[in-house]
Design a protein around this ligand. Sequence first.
Ligand SMILES: [Zn+2]
Length: 143
Amino acid sequence: MMSEETTPRLFSSASFDLFLSEHRLMGSRCTTCAATYLPPRAICPACLSDQMEWLQASGQGQLAAFTVIYSGPTFMVEQGFDRKNPYISGIVTLAEGPSISARITGLDPLKPEEIRIGSPLSVDFIDTGTGETHQTALAFRAA
Ligand SMILES: [Zn+2]
């Protein structure tokens, strides 16, 4: 499927972010040993091959770990998050195997005791800004 791409993209975090802005969760898969990486890697750490192909992740995963953030970075404060309105940052184990850090939505950060490790999650894309300042954050939403 990805061979239909008009312009090949480097297996880099910049490409990963560009795909995110298109609401696609993309990683790389080693064509030598089939290891999968999200974000993508250009060289396979497992077998040192540089024969990679793009892989679009299903967007399904499970919550592996989480932290409630009360004092976030500036761009989160600008989105209205603070001590009274915290948000959740987590590690998601993707159906394809790799784990990735992301915002977690659809769960109540004020009731962390009710959040279950292993909860099923689906990818969500959070857009902020427009034009030059447009950014897309990777998030996963609880079912
Ligand atoms: Zn490999």
